[in-house]
Design a protein around this ligand. Structure first.
Ligand SMILES: [Zn+2]
Length: 226
């Protein structure tokens, strides 16, 4: 399938967007991880203040290994920050810590897209792996029914990547508002925070575009067999 010109042609724009977005994230993170924030607070301190200010005393902050492995775990109510964000006093650390707090705030507010994403997550992860096997087996063995079951499963994964978009954009929007309002960054830090968070958002757009185009490809291939 990798050698199918139709696949390459369809997926090329998404592939280019993905490569561009990844490079942009790395570049803006590298740049603003070196810029000290004007308040001198670490990412963990910033996160603690945001959580405290919103009455989220039960949410714990943990340090995790790996670069850019930062995330909020809604099931365990834990905010996990990578070493450079946890202990870093940079503009990048401030932005990422506040973004993850944004997810904790969404959880508290039962923000619709987050609830939907959480509900879909097990099926989406399970479905995205199994769907490829079913679709490819269906196409190669000429079993139309099997292909369509696979496409159905893959659609769940596509929907999941689309629901991720409002969740991520909203968390960054909350971060950009809450950081200056609580005095956790200075006016000169704002552009850096926005640059880091906007670059990260583009990677989710690229992932969603890839998933949509893959679905389109599967639909075209399945239809051409009928
Ligand atoms: Zn996020």
């Amino acid at each position: 399938m990798i050698f199918d010109p139709l696949y390459l042609m369809l997926l090329a724009p998404a592939l280019i967007l993905s490569i561009w977005a990844q490079a942009k994230v790395k570049r803006s993170y590298a740049k603003y991880a070196k810029v000290p924030s004007s308040t001198g607070l670490t990412g963990a301190e910033i996160a603690q203040r945001i959580l405290d200010n919103n009455g989220l005393h039960e949410v714990k902050i943990e340090r995790v290994g790996g670069m850019l492995g930062d995330h909020y775990d809604p099931s365990k109510r834990v905010l996990r920050l990578s070493p450079d964000v946890f202990a870093g006093r940079s503009v990048a650390a401030a932005g990422i810590a506040a973004h993850e707090c944004g997810h904790a705030l969404q959880h508290k507010a039962a923000y619709g897209p987050l609830v939907l994403r959480q509900t879909m997550a097990p099926a989406a992860i399970w479905g995205s792996n199994l769907s490829w096997i079913l679709i490819l087996a269906g196409l190669f063995l000429n079993l139309t029914g099997l292909t369509w079951v696979g496409i159905g499963l893959f659609s769940v994964a596509v929907l999941f990547s689309l629901v991720t978009l409002p969740v991520e954009f909203d968390a960054s929007k909350r971060a950009k508002e809450i950081l200056p309002s609580l005095g956790l960054v200075g006016p000169r830090d704002r552009d850096g925070v926005a640059a880091v968070l906007n670059a990260a958002a583009m990677t989710y757009v690229a992932a969603a575009a890839t998933a949509v185009l893959q679905l389109l490809y599967f639909l075209m291939r399945a239809n051409s067999r009928n």
